[in-house]
Design a protein around this ligand. Sequence first.
Ligand code: FAD
Length: 416
Amino acid sequence: MNKKDDVLFDAIIVGAGPSGSSCALFLARAGRRVLLVDKAKFPREKICGDAVSGKSIGILRELKLLRELQAQVHSKIVGVLMGAPCNKQVIVPFPKADGLDCAGYCLRRIQSDNVMFDAVQREKNITLMQQFLLKELLFDEKGAVRGIVGEYEGKEEKHYAKVVVGADGAGSAVARKAGLPPVPAEHLYMGVRGYWRGVEGLGENIELFFIDEVLPGYLWVFPMGDGTANVGLGILAQDMKKRKLHPNKILLNAIENSPMLKKRFANAKLEGNIGAWTIPLGSYKRKLCGEGWLLAGDAASLVDPFSGEGFGNAAASGKFCALAIDLAIAQNADAKVLEKKMLLQYDKDVREKLYPEMDISYKLQRATRIKFFLNHFISKAADKSEFRQVLINMLANDEDKKKVEDPLFYLKLLLP
Ligand SMILES: Cc1cc2nc3c(=O)[nH]c(=O)nc-3n(C[C@H](O)[C@H](O)[C@H](O)COP(=O)(O)OP(=O)(O)OC[C@H]3O[C@@H](n4cnc5c(N)ncnc54)[C@H](O)[C@@H]3O)c2cc1C
């Protein structure tokens, strides 16, 4: 392992979560030589709501890993139950994901991430270093990134590549070392989650509660298929700063006191601890690449600002990174460093394929901060089948999602 100092990899990827593993697999399968490092030893936990949607499933299918994912303990998700501050509830079915009898799954990240990690271990083009902690980036005299410095087995190691991918999650060290400012608090969710066993009334829906106890945040209950539910709270970091209570307390208080939840949790037991982590949202448009570097997944701030879903965009952005790097190497065979101008296909892919959906989600996130809107929206969907159909259509296709930008939509919402 230590004699890699003189190897020039095509790419070094920092982080082996869904963005880094996806990037490594697509690059390796295109014949590129990759060094993938992660500070953790896999299988490793990741604090998450554990829901994987159609987008994630599409990438896993492309990587020929869907069967392995389906072999893990999971629950099938067919719709979403939404609870309003006025305690009305509505269930809206999700459209089915391509080739599935459901919209997506819930399964523990220790399992889903490990499916990708196992595939990484089988690729001969990937050199893997676990428990490697990135400390610094190496720059050339022009300020372009040439490699990494990290701590490995108690020693400092340096490695070089044509490009470094920061797939190292929220609080990315690569982004920081590349000189980027942190994601602002108005574009960052604070998330906490725990696993409860014995929650009553779990079905095949994910459940989102926009209730007084947590507003302007939301509480989720996701069935895990193993008798437990992943229960968590997402709230903007800027709003969290204004609350006096610790987020764990807000979550526990909601479970104990909300009229929609307290009976269901009366005999439920928390297993293990409540964990907390930050969620960088796609409403913040971070610089995505520079001289000799790119960012993917949470490091690039690509989580859906409404649903808090980041696995799918992480895996998709890992793929887009790999495609851009492969293209840049093909077009610049002699380049020792991939310059920003060679990597712009990545910027284009994220802007065209990921940002539009997140821009709409951001509008929805802003709207659901308003209690009056939530009460009206959920009550109307509960009482009127035509309006429920509008919601189903909005979940099913991108054109209908744009209704959230249309003032007429809000007018219709207010009419009886
Ligand atoms: C409470 C909560 C709930 C969520 N719920 C959902 C959900 O239900 N569905 C969903 O799709 N998304 C959800 N998300 C978001 C999702 O977890 C992330 O978007 C996703 O994990 C991003 O993947 P990633 O590969 O970019 O980063 P990560 O999965 O965070 O992986 C980053 C990797 O980098 C490694 N690393 C970090 N720093 C270093 C370093 N210095 N050196 C070496 N290695 C390093 C880490 O060990 C880690 O393995 C949730 C997030 C939170 C916090």
